[in-house]
Write a protein that binds this ligand. Structure first.
Ligand code: ADE
Length: 251
């Protein structure tokens, strides 16, 4: 897969894109990554301007359409493969594992990073999709774009060593992931659940499923409705909903 990003801070990407799995994916040729400086397409003049004050007044600056349109066109033309062009913005559709899986099927994506108060509304017409990584506002789309690349990249063939490891995890059942343990079997009086040491794979699998249901009921009850649960699992979830909730308002 080829990924291009368009940003006023292209230097932010290299450290993240060369570390860990992303670096391995690039070394293996599974991911081709290019960060482009939006100022290459800045308005003529010494200031290399890419933003301006909003019409109608108000705080902050808005990214002008001309550099963004020019950049999107130029970057799109760098490769024959058709690109899915995505604007990173808090007004976009929420990123989900389902969307990540769809993005991973594309041969090429171009991620456009907004800064300042946002981008001129007309830029929306130059992109195929707008994506938000969550209901909070970041200083720009660069970190959100890295989130997208990271989540997509680990699904590309040959990136995760173990073929199983992306199928048996959070959200793949529509539930949060079950708890994991490793050695030691006992740490400061905290014991690994005995069932995991039992070697009984069928019982371990059903314990994990039950734990995933409980954990989802506690932390993400909104996921339960769409999850494919047996009547017994549904009852377990209802019980947990009555007792054990984590209340984020109490943080
Ligand atoms: N830019 C600023 N905040 C963002 C968010 N939550 N998601 C995507 N892009 C953003």
């Amino acid at each position: 897969m080829r990924v291009d990003v368009i940003s006023v801070l292209p230097e932010m990407f290299e450290p993240a894109m060369s570390a860990s799995m992303l670096g391995i994916a690039r070394d293996r040729g599974v991911l081709e990554f290019h960060a482009h400086d939006l100022r290459t397409w800045a308005l003529p003049g010494v200031h290399r301007q890419v933003d301006d004050a909003p019409y109608g007044g108000g705080p902050g600056m808005v990214m002008r359409p001309e550099p963004l349109f020019a950049a999107i066109r130029a970057v799109g033309a760098l490769d024959e493969r058709p690109a899915l062009t995505i604007l990173m913005t808090p007004q976009g559709v929420p990123l989900s594992q389902n969307l990540v899986e769809k993005l991973a099927t594309h041969e090429r994506i171009v991620l456009v990073c907004g800064r300042y108060e946002g981008v001129d509304e007309r830029v929306r017409e130059a992109v195929d999709l707008e994506v938000s990584i969550g209901d909070y506002v970041m200083t720009g789309g660069e970190l959100p774009a890295m989130v997208v690349v990271d989540a997509v990249c680990r699904l590309l063939p040959g990136v995760l060593g173990d073929d199983e490891s992306s199928t048996d995890e959070s959200f793949s059942w529509g539930l949060l992931e079950y708890p994991h343990y490793t050695r030691p079997a006992s740490f400061e009086q905290r014991d690994v659940p005995a069932i995991l040491l039992s070697g009984d794979h069928a019982r371990i699998a059903s314990w994990r499923r039950e734990q995933a249901v409980l954990r989802t009921a506690r932390s993400r009850p909104d996921l339960l409705e769409a999850a494919d649960l047996s009547p017994a699992e549904r009852a377990l979830a209802d019980q947990a909903l009555d007792t054990d909730r984590t209340d984020p308002e109490e943080v």
